[in-house]
Design a protein around this ligand. Structure first.
Ligand SMILES: Cc1ncc(COP(=O)(O)O)c(C=O)c1O
Length: 471
Protein backbone atom coordinates (compact mmCIF):
# COMPACT_ATOMS: atom_id res chain seq x y z
CA UNK A 1 0.00 0.00 0.00
CA UNK A 2 1.47 3.38 -0.89
CA UNK A 3 2.09 5.97 1.79
CA UNK A 4 -0.64 8.43 0.78
CA UNK A 5 -3.31 5.77 1.02
CA UNK A 6 -1.81 4.47 4.26
CA UNK A 7 -1.85 7.98 5.71
CA UNK A 8 -5.53 8.36 4.89
CA UNK A 9 -6.44 4.98 6.35
CA UNK A 10 -4.36 5.60 9.48
CA UNK A 11 -6.10 8.95 9.94
CA UNK A 12 -9.51 7.34 9.60
CA UNK A 13 -8.42 4.74 12.15
CA UNK A 14 -8.09 7.47 14.79
CA UNK A 15 -11.82 8.09 14.58
CA UNK A 16 -10.99 11.78 14.23
CA UNK A 17 -13.35 14.68 14.86
CA UNK A 18 -13.35 16.94 11.81
CA UNK A 19 -13.76 20.66 12.15
CA UNK A 20 -12.22 21.22 8.73
CA UNK A 21 -13.41 20.76 5.16
CA UNK A 22 -15.25 18.89 3.73
CA UNK A 23 -18.66 19.42 5.31
CA UNK A 24 -19.91 15.82 5.12
CA UNK A 25 -17.45 14.78 7.88
CA UNK A 26 -17.26 11.19 6.69
CA UNK A 27 -19.50 8.43 5.45
CA UNK A 28 -22.04 8.39 8.31
CA UNK A 29 -24.25 11.07 6.77
CA UNK A 30 -24.65 9.01 3.58
CA UNK A 31 -25.09 5.68 5.32
CA UNK A 32 -27.67 7.05 7.76
CA UNK A 33 -29.77 8.55 4.98
CA UNK A 34 -29.95 5.56 2.66
CA UNK A 35 -27.07 6.20 0.27
CA UNK A 36 -24.91 3.18 1.19
CA UNK A 37 -25.44 1.56 -2.19
CA UNK A 38 -23.58 4.44 -3.83
CA UNK A 39 -20.68 4.24 -1.35
CA UNK A 40 -20.41 0.48 -1.78
CA UNK A 41 -20.29 0.77 -5.58
CA UNK A 42 -18.39 4.00 -6.00
CA UNK A 43 -15.68 2.54 -8.22
CA UNK A 44 -18.22 0.97 -10.53
CA UNK A 45 -19.91 4.36 -10.85
CA UNK A 46 -16.69 5.80 -12.28
CA UNK A 47 -17.76 5.89 -15.94
CA UNK A 48 -17.60 8.35 -18.81
CA UNK A 49 -20.19 9.94 -21.12
CA UNK A 50 -21.81 6.70 -22.26
CA UNK A 51 -25.32 6.93 -23.70
CA UNK A 52 -27.73 7.93 -20.95
CA UNK A 53 -25.03 9.50 -18.75
CA UNK A 54 -25.54 13.00 -20.22
CA UNK A 55 -22.67 15.49 -20.76
CA UNK A 56 -21.69 18.17 -18.25
CA UNK A 57 -21.08 20.69 -21.01
CA UNK A 58 -24.32 20.06 -22.90
CA UNK A 59 -26.77 18.82 -20.33
CA UNK A 60 -30.09 17.32 -21.38
CA UNK A 61 -30.58 14.21 -19.24
CA UNK A 62 -29.58 13.04 -15.75
CA UNK A 63 -27.13 15.89 -15.14
CA UNK A 64 -29.74 18.41 -16.24
CA UNK A 65 -32.07 16.91 -13.63
CA UNK A 66 -29.48 17.48 -10.89
CA UNK A 67 -29.01 21.07 -12.08
CA UNK A 68 -32.78 21.53 -11.95
CA UNK A 69 -32.87 20.24 -8.39
CA UNK A 70 -30.33 22.89 -7.39
CA UNK A 71 -32.15 25.56 -9.38
CA UNK A 72 -35.25 24.81 -7.30
CA UNK A 73 -33.35 24.50 -4.00
CA UNK A 74 -31.59 27.86 -4.40
CA UNK A 75 -34.37 29.50 -6.41
CA UNK A 76 -32.02 30.59 -9.20
CA UNK A 77 -32.33 31.09 -12.94
CA UNK A 78 -29.78 28.36 -13.53
CA UNK A 79 -27.40 26.28 -11.42
CA UNK A 80 -24.25 24.82 -12.98
CA UNK A 81 -22.52 21.82 -11.43
CA UNK A 82 -18.76 22.30 -10.94
CA UNK A 83 -16.11 19.62 -10.54
CA UNK A 84 -13.02 21.87 -10.24
CA UNK A 85 -14.26 23.40 -7.01
CA UNK A 86 -15.40 26.97 -6.61
CA UNK A 87 -11.99 27.88 -8.04
CA UNK A 88 -13.12 26.86 -11.55
CA UNK A 89 -16.49 28.59 -11.18
CA UNK A 90 -14.87 31.81 -10.00
CA UNK A 91 -12.49 31.85 -12.97
CA UNK A 92 -15.34 31.24 -15.41
CA UNK A 93 -17.61 33.82 -13.77
CA UNK A 94 -14.94 36.52 -13.95
CA UNK A 95 -13.86 35.73 -17.50
CA UNK A 96 -17.50 35.82 -18.65
CA UNK A 97 -18.16 39.14 -16.89
CA UNK A 98 -15.02 41.13 -17.64
CA UNK A 99 -13.75 41.56 -21.21
CA UNK A 100 -10.11 40.77 -21.95
CA UNK A 101 -7.99 43.68 -20.80
CA UNK A 102 -10.87 45.07 -18.67
CA UNK A 103 -11.11 46.06 -15.01
CA UNK A 104 -12.48 44.20 -12.00
CA UNK A 105 -13.26 45.65 -8.58
CA UNK A 106 -12.22 42.91 -6.13
CA UNK A 107 -11.82 42.62 -2.40
CA UNK A 108 -8.14 42.68 -1.45
CA UNK A 109 -8.67 39.50 0.59
CA UNK A 110 -9.99 37.46 -2.32
CA UNK A 111 -9.00 33.84 -2.79
CA UNK A 112 -6.03 33.14 -5.03
CA UNK A 113 -8.24 31.66 -7.80
CA UNK A 114 -9.54 35.18 -8.38
CA UNK A 115 -6.00 36.48 -8.75
CA UNK A 116 -5.44 33.72 -11.31
CA UNK A 117 -8.37 35.06 -13.35
CA UNK A 118 -6.54 38.39 -13.61
CA UNK A 119 -3.62 36.94 -15.49
CA UNK A 120 -5.82 34.65 -17.62
CA UNK A 121 -8.04 37.55 -18.70
CA UNK A 122 -5.37 40.27 -18.73
CA UNK A 123 -7.60 42.02 -16.19
CA UNK A 124 -6.59 44.99 -14.05
CA UNK A 125 -7.74 44.71 -10.43
CA UNK A 126 -9.12 47.61 -8.43
CA UNK A 127 -8.85 46.66 -4.78
CA UNK A 128 -11.71 47.17 -2.36
CA UNK A 129 -10.15 47.03 1.11
CA UNK A 130 -12.06 45.06 3.73
CA UNK A 131 -12.57 46.54 7.18
CA UNK A 132 -10.16 45.29 9.85
CA UNK A 133 -11.67 43.71 12.98
CA UNK A 134 -8.94 44.91 15.34
CA UNK A 135 -10.26 43.01 18.35
CA UNK A 136 -9.57 39.68 16.63
CA UNK A 137 -6.81 40.73 14.23
CA UNK A 138 -8.69 39.58 11.15
CA UNK A 139 -10.16 41.11 8.03
CA UNK A 140 -13.91 41.71 8.05
CA UNK A 141 -16.60 42.91 5.69
CA UNK A 142 -16.27 44.90 2.50
CA UNK A 143 -18.60 47.87 2.93
CA UNK A 144 -20.95 49.23 0.25
CA UNK A 145 -19.16 52.59 0.68
CA UNK A 146 -15.83 50.98 -0.21
CA UNK A 147 -17.34 49.40 -3.33
CA UNK A 148 -18.90 52.75 -4.20
CA UNK A 149 -15.51 54.47 -3.85
CA UNK A 150 -13.88 51.94 -6.19
CA UNK A 151 -16.61 52.28 -8.82
CA UNK A 152 -16.50 56.08 -8.60
CA UNK A 153 -12.76 56.04 -9.18
CA UNK A 154 -12.97 53.35 -11.86
CA UNK A 155 -16.28 53.73 -13.71
CA UNK A 156 -14.85 51.54 -16.50
CA UNK A 157 -14.74 48.44 -14.26
CA UNK A 158 -17.13 45.74 -15.53
CA UNK A 159 -17.78 43.74 -12.38
CA UNK A 160 -17.31 43.52 -8.63
CA UNK A 161 -16.30 40.39 -6.71
CA UNK A 162 -15.88 39.73 -3.01
CA UNK A 163 -16.01 36.80 -0.59
CA UNK A 164 -19.09 36.57 1.62
CA UNK A 165 -18.70 34.88 4.04
CA UNK A 166 -14.94 35.24 4.19
CA UNK A 167 -12.74 32.49 5.65
CA UNK A 168 -13.63 33.44 9.22
CA UNK A 169 -17.35 33.60 8.44
CA UNK A 170 -17.67 37.38 8.22
CA UNK A 171 -20.28 38.35 5.64
CA UNK A 172 -20.71 41.62 3.78
CA UNK A 173 -23.98 43.46 3.24
CA UNK A 174 -24.56 41.94 -0.19
CA UNK A 175 -28.00 43.58 -0.65
CA UNK A 176 -26.59 47.07 -0.18
CA UNK A 177 -23.57 46.28 -2.36
CA UNK A 178 -25.86 44.89 -5.10
CA UNK A 179 -27.72 48.22 -5.14
CA UNK A 180 -24.48 50.15 -5.55
CA UNK A 181 -23.23 47.82 -8.29
CA UNK A 182 -26.48 47.57 -10.24
CA UNK A 183 -27.10 51.31 -10.10
CA UNK A 184 -24.02 51.53 -12.35
CA UNK A 185 -25.05 48.63 -14.56
CA UNK A 186 -22.18 46.38 -13.41
CA UNK A 187 -22.15 42.69 -12.51
CA UNK A 188 -21.91 41.49 -8.90
CA UNK A 189 -20.17 38.14 -8.37
CA UNK A 190 -20.16 36.73 -4.86
CA UNK A 191 -17.60 34.15 -3.82
CA UNK A 192 -19.84 32.21 -1.44
CA UNK A 193 -17.40 29.28 -1.30
CA UNK A 194 -17.82 29.26 2.49
CA UNK A 195 -21.56 29.85 2.54
CA UNK A 196 -23.36 27.20 0.47
CA UNK A 197 -25.44 26.38 3.54
CA UNK A 198 -26.77 29.90 4.21
CA UNK A 199 -29.73 29.59 1.81
CA UNK A 200 -30.95 26.56 3.77
CA UNK A 201 -31.02 28.27 7.17
CA UNK A 202 -33.33 30.84 5.58
CA UNK A 203 -35.36 28.22 3.70
CA UNK A 204 -36.18 26.38 6.91
CA UNK A 205 -36.85 29.54 8.93
CA UNK A 206 -33.81 29.15 11.21
CA UNK A 207 -32.97 32.62 12.52
CA UNK A 208 -29.63 34.21 13.38
CA UNK A 209 -27.67 33.65 10.15
CA UNK A 210 -26.79 36.14 7.41
CA UNK A 211 -28.87 36.00 4.21
CA UNK A 212 -27.48 34.10 1.24
CA UNK A 213 -26.04 36.04 -1.70
CA UNK A 214 -28.66 34.43 -3.96
CA UNK A 215 -31.41 36.06 -1.90
CA UNK A 216 -29.54 39.37 -1.71
CA UNK A 217 -29.39 40.38 -5.35
CA UNK A 218 -26.01 39.05 -6.53
CA UNK A 219 -25.81 38.09 -10.21
CA UNK A 220 -23.46 35.10 -10.01
CA UNK A 221 -22.86 33.16 -6.80
CA UNK A 222 -20.25 30.45 -6.48
CA UNK A 223 -20.73 27.91 -3.69
CA UNK A 224 -18.33 25.21 -2.51
CA UNK A 225 -20.98 22.61 -1.75
CA UNK A 226 -18.13 20.41 -0.52
CA UNK A 227 -16.94 22.83 2.15
CA UNK A 228 -20.02 22.89 4.38
CA UNK A 229 -22.68 20.61 2.84
CA UNK A 230 -22.46 16.93 1.92
CA UNK A 231 -20.81 16.45 -1.49
CA UNK A 232 -17.22 15.34 -2.09
CA UNK A 233 -14.21 17.67 -2.19
CA UNK A 234 -13.93 19.62 -5.49
CA UNK A 235 -17.67 19.70 -6.12
CA UNK A 236 -19.30 23.10 -6.23
CA UNK A 237 -22.13 25.06 -7.79
CA UNK A 238 -22.33 28.22 -9.85
CA UNK A 239 -25.71 29.88 -9.32
CA UNK A 240 -26.91 32.26 -12.00
CA UNK A 241 -29.40 34.70 -10.47
CA UNK A 242 -29.92 37.28 -13.23
CA UNK A 243 -29.52 37.81 -16.96
CA UNK A 244 -26.68 40.32 -16.63
CA UNK A 245 -24.05 37.82 -17.79
CA UNK A 246 -24.48 36.03 -21.11
CA UNK A 247 -25.36 32.42 -20.33
CA UNK A 248 -23.59 31.04 -23.41
CA UNK A 249 -20.43 32.97 -22.62
CA UNK A 250 -20.48 31.53 -19.13
CA UNK A 251 -20.98 27.98 -20.39
CA UNK A 252 -18.15 28.50 -22.85
CA UNK A 253 -15.80 29.63 -20.07
CA UNK A 254 -16.80 26.72 -17.86
CA UNK A 255 -15.99 24.14 -20.52
CA UNK A 256 -12.67 25.87 -21.20
CA UNK A 257 -11.63 25.78 -17.53
CA UNK A 258 -12.97 22.50 -16.23
CA UNK A 259 -11.69 19.02 -16.96
CA UNK A 260 -13.12 17.47 -20.11
CA UNK A 261 -13.46 14.22 -18.13
CA UNK A 262 -15.71 15.26 -15.25
CA UNK A 263 -15.87 12.59 -12.59
CA UNK A 264 -19.25 10.85 -12.36
CA UNK A 265 -18.73 9.78 -8.74
CA UNK A 266 -18.04 13.42 -7.83
CA UNK A 267 -21.08 14.67 -9.74
CA UNK A 268 -23.19 11.92 -8.17
CA UNK A 269 -22.34 13.31 -4.74
CA UNK A 270 -23.76 16.66 -5.87
CA UNK A 271 -26.92 14.76 -6.80
CA UNK A 272 -26.96 12.98 -3.42
CA UNK A 273 -26.42 16.26 -1.60
CA UNK A 274 -29.42 17.74 -3.46
CA UNK A 275 -31.47 14.68 -2.51
CA UNK A 276 -30.35 15.00 1.11
CA UNK A 277 -31.29 18.69 1.21
CA UNK A 278 -34.68 18.02 -0.42
CA UNK A 279 -35.67 15.21 1.92
CA UNK A 280 -33.76 15.71 5.16
CA UNK A 281 -32.51 19.30 4.84
CA UNK A 282 -34.85 20.77 7.39
CA UNK A 283 -33.96 18.28 10.13
CA UNK A 284 -30.24 18.40 9.40
CA UNK A 285 -30.09 22.20 9.33
CA UNK A 286 -32.09 22.47 12.55
CA UNK A 287 -29.86 19.95 14.32
CA UNK A 288 -26.76 21.79 13.12
CA UNK A 289 -28.10 25.16 14.32
CA UNK A 290 -29.09 23.66 17.69
CA UNK A 291 -25.64 22.15 18.22
CA UNK A 292 -24.05 25.50 17.37
CA UNK A 293 -26.34 27.35 19.72
CA UNK A 294 -25.60 24.84 22.47
CA UNK A 295 -21.85 25.23 21.93
CA UNK A 296 -21.90 29.04 21.89
CA UNK A 297 -24.05 29.15 25.03
CA UNK A 298 -22.24 26.42 26.98
CA UNK A 299 -18.59 26.77 26.04
CA UNK A 300 -17.88 30.24 27.43
CA UNK A 301 -19.82 29.41 30.60
CA UNK A 302 -17.93 26.19 31.20
CA UNK A 303 -14.46 27.19 29.99
CA UNK A 304 -13.50 30.31 31.87
CA UNK A 305 -11.22 32.49 29.75
CA UNK A 306 -12.33 31.01 26.42
CA UNK A 307 -13.39 33.68 23.96
CA UNK A 308 -15.57 32.80 20.98
CA UNK A 309 -15.85 35.39 18.26
CA UNK A 310 -19.22 37.07 17.89
CA UNK A 311 -19.87 39.70 15.26
CA UNK A 312 -23.04 41.15 13.74
CA UNK A 313 -22.03 39.91 10.26
CA UNK A 314 -20.84 36.45 11.38
CA UNK A 315 -21.99 33.17 9.91
CA UNK A 316 -22.01 31.30 13.23
CA UNK A 317 -21.13 27.96 11.65
CA UNK A 318 -17.52 29.12 11.94
CA UNK A 319 -16.26 28.77 15.52
CA UNK A 320 -13.40 31.23 15.99
CA UNK A 321 -11.90 30.29 19.34
CA UNK A 322 -9.33 32.17 21.42
CA UNK A 323 -7.60 30.62 24.46
CA UNK A 324 -4.91 33.29 24.76
CA UNK A 325 -6.08 33.96 28.32
CA UNK A 326 -4.16 30.74 29.12
CA UNK A 327 -1.08 31.89 27.20
CA UNK A 328 -1.94 29.67 24.22
CA UNK A 329 -1.69 30.98 20.70
CA UNK A 330 -3.68 29.37 17.91
CA UNK A 331 -0.93 26.96 16.85
CA UNK A 332 -0.41 25.73 20.41
CA UNK A 333 -4.13 25.22 20.86
CA UNK A 334 -4.29 23.33 17.57
CA UNK A 335 -1.53 20.95 18.75
CA UNK A 336 -3.37 20.28 22.00
CA UNK A 337 -6.63 19.57 20.18
CA UNK A 338 -4.84 17.19 17.83
CA UNK A 339 -3.73 15.22 20.89
CA UNK A 340 -7.46 14.64 21.39
CA UNK A 341 -7.84 13.70 17.69
CA UNK A 342 -9.71 16.91 16.93
CA UNK A 343 -8.61 18.50 13.64
CA UNK A 344 -9.38 22.11 12.79
CA UNK A 345 -9.32 24.30 9.66
CA UNK A 346 -7.24 27.42 10.24
CA UNK A 347 -5.12 29.34 12.71
CA UNK A 348 -4.51 33.10 12.60
CA UNK A 349 -2.50 34.47 15.51
CA UNK A 350 -4.46 33.53 18.61
CA UNK A 351 -7.61 32.65 16.67
CA UNK A 352 -8.30 29.02 15.90
CA UNK A 353 -11.10 28.49 13.43
CA UNK A 354 -13.20 25.34 13.60
CA UNK A 355 -15.14 24.86 10.41
CA UNK A 356 -18.37 23.07 11.19
CA UNK A 357 -20.43 21.34 8.53
CA UNK A 358 -23.74 19.62 7.97
CA UNK A 359 -22.13 16.27 8.85
CA UNK A 360 -21.02 17.34 12.35
CA UNK A 361 -23.06 15.73 15.09
CA UNK A 362 -23.75 16.93 18.60
CA UNK A 363 -21.09 14.52 19.92
CA UNK A 364 -18.42 16.34 17.86
CA UNK A 365 -19.29 19.61 19.59
CA UNK A 366 -19.30 17.82 22.96
CA UNK A 367 -15.84 16.36 22.29
CA UNK A 368 -14.55 19.82 21.39
CA UNK A 369 -15.98 21.30 24.56
CA UNK A 370 -14.55 18.49 26.70
CA UNK A 371 -11.13 18.94 25.10
CA UNK A 372 -11.21 22.70 25.76
CA UNK A 373 -12.23 22.06 29.37
CA UNK A 374 -9.34 19.61 29.78
CA UNK A 375 -6.86 22.08 28.27
CA UNK A 376 -8.13 24.87 30.52
CA UNK A 377 -8.09 22.60 33.57
CA UNK A 378 -4.37 21.91 33.10
CA UNK A 379 -3.44 25.62 32.99
CA UNK A 380 -3.65 28.86 34.93
CA UNK A 381 -5.41 31.91 33.61
CA UNK A 382 -2.86 34.66 32.96
CA UNK A 383 -3.18 38.14 34.43
CA UNK A 384 -2.20 39.62 31.07
CA UNK A 385 -3.27 37.57 28.08
CA UNK A 386 -1.29 37.18 24.87
CA UNK A 387 -1.44 40.03 22.42
CA UNK A 388 -3.39 39.24 19.25
CA UNK A 389 -1.24 40.09 16.21
CA UNK A 390 -2.96 42.67 14.01
CA UNK A 391 -4.47 41.68 10.69
CA UNK A 392 -1.98 41.69 7.87
CA UNK A 393 -2.77 44.49 5.48
CA UNK A 394 -0.44 46.16 3.07
CA UNK A 395 -0.98 49.26 1.01
CA UNK A 396 1.41 48.91 -1.87
CA UNK A 397 1.63 50.92 -5.07
CA UNK A 398 0.08 49.15 -8.02
CA UNK A 399 0.61 48.79 -11.72
CA UNK A 400 -0.47 46.31 -14.40
CA UNK A 401 -0.14 42.60 -13.66
CA UNK A 402 3.01 41.41 -15.44
CA UNK A 403 2.46 38.89 -18.21
CA UNK A 404 6.08 37.70 -18.25
CA UNK A 405 7.93 36.70 -15.11
CA UNK A 406 11.38 36.18 -13.70
CA UNK A 407 12.59 35.24 -10.22
CA UNK A 408 14.73 37.50 -8.03
CA UNK A 409 15.95 37.26 -4.44
CA UNK A 410 13.41 38.73 -2.03
CA UNK A 411 16.06 41.18 -0.80
CA UNK A 412 16.46 42.51 -4.36
CA UNK A 413 12.74 42.84 -5.10
CA UNK A 414 12.19 46.45 -3.95
CA UNK A 415 10.66 48.46 -6.79
CA UNK A 416 9.83 45.34 -8.81
CA UNK A 417 6.28 44.34 -9.77
CA UNK A 418 4.97 41.19 -8.13
CA UNK A 419 4.04 38.48 -10.64
CA UNK A 420 2.83 35.71 -8.26
CA UNK A 421 1.19 36.29 -4.89
CA UNK A 422 3.26 36.08 -1.73
CA UNK A 423 1.10 34.59 0.99
CA UNK A 424 2.19 34.21 4.63
CA UNK A 425 0.46 31.18 6.06
CA UNK A 426 -1.11 31.81 8.50
CA UNK A 427 -3.13 33.93 7.91
CA UNK A 428 -3.30 32.93 4.24
CA UNK A 429 -4.12 36.39 2.88
CA UNK A 430 -1.74 37.56 0.15
CA UNK A 431 0.62 40.20 1.49
CA UNK A 432 1.77 41.09 -2.01
CA UNK A 433 -0.49 40.48 -4.99
CA UNK A 434 0.33 40.41 -8.69
CA UNK A 435 0.65 43.97 -9.99
CA UNK A 436 1.73 45.39 -6.61
CA UNK A 437 5.20 46.85 -6.25
CA UNK A 438 7.45 45.41 -3.53
CA UNK A 439 8.70 48.01 -1.06
CA UNK A 440 11.30 47.74 1.72
CA UNK A 441 8.67 47.53 4.43
CA UNK A 442 6.85 44.56 2.94
CA UNK A 443 10.16 42.83 2.19
CA UNK A 444 11.15 43.22 5.86
CA UNK A 445 7.77 41.84 6.91
CA UNK A 446 8.13 38.75 4.70
CA UNK A 447 11.72 38.20 5.89
CA UNK A 448 10.55 38.34 9.51
CA UNK A 449 7.86 35.72 8.78
CA UNK A 450 10.49 33.45 7.22
CA UNK A 451 12.90 33.96 10.09
CA UNK A 452 10.10 32.99 12.47
CA UNK A 453 9.91 29.78 10.36
CA UNK A 454 6.36 30.52 9.25
CA UNK A 455 5.25 29.19 5.91
CA UNK A 456 5.32 31.78 3.13
CA UNK A 457 3.80 30.62 -0.15
CA UNK A 458 5.26 32.27 -3.24
CA UNK A 459 8.96 32.06 -2.33
CA UNK A 460 10.99 29.25 -3.87
CA UNK A 461 13.62 27.19 -2.05
CA UNK A 462 16.26 29.82 -2.94
CA UNK A 463 14.19 32.56 -1.31
CA UNK A 464 13.22 34.11 -4.65
CA UNK A 465 9.92 35.76 -5.59
CA UNK A 466 8.33 36.07 -9.04
CA UNK A 467 8.42 39.58 -10.49
CA UNK A 468 7.67 41.11 -13.89
CA UNK A 469 10.47 40.45 -16.32
CA UNK A 470 12.58 43.45 -17.31
CA UNK A 471 12.37 43.59 -21.11
C1 LIG B 1 -12.78 32.39 0.07
C2 LIG B 1 -12.54 31.20 -0.83
N1 LIG B 1 -12.98 31.26 -2.09
C3 LIG B 1 -12.79 30.24 -2.95
C4 LIG B 1 -12.13 29.10 -2.57
C5 LIG B 1 -11.92 28.00 -3.57
O1 LIG B 1 -12.83 26.98 -3.33
P1 LIG B 1 -12.61 25.49 -3.84
O2 LIG B 1 -11.72 24.83 -2.84
O3 LIG B 1 -13.99 24.91 -3.85
O4 LIG B 1 -12.02 25.55 -5.20
C6 LIG B 1 -11.64 28.99 -1.25
C7 LIG B 1 -10.94 27.79 -0.81
O5 LIG B 1 -10.62 27.57 0.31
C8 LIG B 1 -11.85 30.09 -0.36
O6 LIG B 1 -11.41 30.04 0.90
Amino acid sequence: MNTLTQFLLNHKGKNPVSFHMPGHKGSAIYREHGYSEFLDNIMDCDITEIPGADNLFQTEGVLKETMERYRRLYDTKESCLLINGSSGGLLAAILASVPKGGKLVMARNCHKSIFNALSLGDITPVYAHPAVIEEYGILGEVTPEEVDRCLNEHPDASAVILPSPNYYGICSDVSAIAEVVHARGKVLIIDQAHGAHLAFFAKYGIPGFPASAEASGADLVINSIHKTLASFTQTALLNVCSDRVDKYDLEDRLQAIESSSPSYPLMATLDLNADLMEHYGETLMKEWAESLQWFYETAEKEVLGLRIMRHPMLDFTKLNLDMSAYGLNGNELEDLLMEEDIFIELVTGNILMCMTGIGNKRCDFEKLLNALKKIAGQRQLLDVKLQQPSAVTASLKMTAVPLRKERVKLEEAAGRVCASSVIPYPPGIPIVCPGEIFDEEVIAYIKARREAEEKVIGLDELGRVAVGRKE
